[in-house]
Ligand binder design. Sequence first.
Ligand SMILES: NC(=O)c1ccc[n+]([C@@H]2O[C@H](COP(=O)([O-])OP(=O)(O)OC[C@H]3O[C@@H](n4cnc5c(N)ncnc54)[C@H](OP(=O)(O)O)[C@@H]3O)[C@@H](O)[C@H]2O)c1
Length: 264
Amino acid sequence: MPSYVITGASRGIGFEFVRQISEDENNTVFGIVRNPATAKELTSLKRPNVHVLKSDVTDHRGLSAAAAEVAKITGGSLDYLINNAAAVNDEFAHLTLTGFEDQDVLAQSLRGMFNVNVVGVVFTINAFLPLLQKGSVKKVITISSGVADLDLTVTTGIAASAPYSISKAGVNLAVGKYAAQFKSEGFIFLALSPGLVDTSTKPPTPEELEGYKQMITAFKQYDTTFEGAITPEQSVKMQLAVINNVTVKDTGAFISHHGDKRWL
Ligand SMILES: NC(=O)c1ccc[n+]([C@@H]2O[C@H](COP(=O)([O-])OP(=O)(O)OC[C@H]3O[C@@H](n4cnc5c(N)ncnc54)[C@H](OP(=O)(O)O)[C@@H]3O)[C@@H](O)[C@H]2O)c1
């Protein structure tokens, strides 16, 4: 009975992980959400092997309480942790690091992204590590992003969305630190980019649309095979294939849904 914890399970890629993994009734899946009352897609799944737990990833006490709930159901172990929750974009995503009129607002955006995307992931891993150590699979997957890749950044010239990209580059090294510490215990820590995935829930603002068009043009020049965003269903299917294939020799890697450094 493999067990999975997935953060940010209310919608988007996180929800799709829960949906696909729980299709196999042998899997026990725990979806962690900030607000179960608004996680309608998840709560309406109504599968006996899906459990909904509440915590913000920046709340280490909430995460410890969630880990205790998981332990009660699994008997104290956990096989897979998927760190999917993230602050994805704030209202300043279209700005570059020199585009902020107010340096305090820039600092607020940098700290906000770091707090959820780095501190939140570290809190989550630390809360579930004792359970993972008792599990038989020991895979910890952190959903990163191709925009954290230096070559993609410099080659495409995409300078916007800096606080988000910097936070994802930061979490990649956190993954590396855990890999360095726990390789000898047979753990596989992975930073995994899901590709460009359409998880939008409302139409973009004109500013967002303009930024998006520029990004797509840059991506098409970077990778001539790129055809546009994929669906959460396609992305999660590809990510699960990568997750199933990685072994301890891959621990600490930062790779994409293709299983390599092709980010798009
Ligand atoms: N979509 C893409 O093209 C793309 C590309 C590269 C990487 N990624 C990465 O893929 C992952 C999922 O992205 P997505 O597009 O599915 O994002 P999304 O639709 O914006 O969903 C983000 C999820 O994270 C949760 N979340 C945000 N802050 C949280 C916090 N402090 N504590 C707990 N949960 C929190 C949200 O919960 P609420 O419902 O409560 O807000 C939501 O479930 C992220 O790590 C993202 O960086 C996405």
